[in-house]
Design a binder for this molecule. Sequence first.
Ligand SMILES: [Zn+2]
Length: 106
Amino acid sequence: MKHVFTAKHPTEAHLIRGMLEAEGIRAEVRGDQLYGAFGELPVLPTVWILDASADAEAQRLVGEFLRGTPAWRHRHERWTCAQCGEALEGQFTDCWNCGAARPAIA
Ligand SMILES: [Zn+2]
């Protein structure tokens, strides 16, 4: 077990857990039932991964998730370079063929 994230509230913790599991990293939330139970001393929910060797990958995914980068939100959508027509995988923010930036995405 490895701690990868301390959330501000249980909903956020479960979002992170679900995102990690969707990426194939087993994770669980601890402390979500204790949230707010101690009045002056809130216990923040934490997210843990079961396989500590996935720590670096988990940290990267959590970081991207929190930044909400377009590349993250659209990472599964292929796109076509408007300049040279190259078909690109969703995780690329620039065309590897001609260097043009990916068109703005909402
Ligand atoms: Zn291109």
